[in-house]
Write a protein that binds this ligand. Structure first.
Ligand code: CDP
Ligand code: MG
Length: 195
């Protein structure tokens, strides 16, 4: 299935001049950029982007706690609400702090493929070859100690439903283009491309 994912190069990615590098990672695998812009997000926009659901709080709490415990450390937050709430405030502030690049990236199974290219939430645990693994080595421990969000350079929709909810926060329908790239017959269309 052709899918669309919402990708943001967060303020740390823009400040580190990684815009071109990040876009190249998606283009080189054959994904298509169907919308692209620099945006100074408002706090309201950032707030809508990181919707504080019970499910999200539980997911961020579980991911970080599991990592702490794997490292033999006690996790310093009592429950998912305490941790999720503290992360959300910092995240909204960070996302709206300086310009981000917003893009819609499209292709067959794009949402999961992009997550693979992006890597794990914690850069130090992200495999080499992923964007987060190659360009950052930040950790949960360091970011919690400094009471700030993890600097992991990029956001990508976690699943197809999340993508559908996130796209309208950043783009109007007319900003998302239908483009037929010259490479598509080479990638997908057996009849039009024979050796
Ligand atoms: O971005 P991703 O989908 O991998 O992670 P998430 O669980 O949806 O969390 C959203 C963002 O919150 C992360 O990308 C981090 O920037 C931030 N976060 C954090 O700073 N510390 C955590 N323990 C969890 C998330
Ligand atoms: Mg996420």
């Amino acid at each position: 299935m052709i899918e669309q994912s919402l990708v943001l190069i967060k303020p740390d990615g823009v400040q580190r001049s990684l815009i071109g590098t990040v876009i190249q990672r998606f283009e080189q695998v054959g994904l298509k950029i169907s919308a692209l812009k620099l945006v100074q997000a408002t706090r309201d926009q950032a707030d809508r982007h990181y919707a504080l659901t019970e499910e999200w709080m539980m997911a961020v709490y579980t991911k970080a706690k599991t990592k702490y415990e794997a490292d033999g450390k006690a996790f310093p937050y009592p429950d998912h609400k305490a941790y999720g709430g503290s992360i959300k405030d910092g995240l909204v502030e960070f996302l709206a702090f300086a310009p981000v690049v917003a893009m819609v990236v499209e292709g067959e199974g794009a949402v999961a493929l992009i997550r693979k290219i992006v890597g794990a939430t914690e850069p130090a645990s992200s495999a080499p070859g992923t964007i987060r693994g190659d360009f950052s080595h930040d950790t949960y421990a360091m970011s919690n100690l400094q009471n700030r969000p993890i600097r992991n350079l990029i956001h990508a929709s976690g699943n197809v439903e999340e993508a559908k909810n996130e796209l309208p926060i950043w783009f109007t329908p007319s900003e998302i283009m239908t483009i037929n790239l010259a490479v598509e017959p080479v990638q997908y269309d057996e009849k039009r491309f024979r050796a």
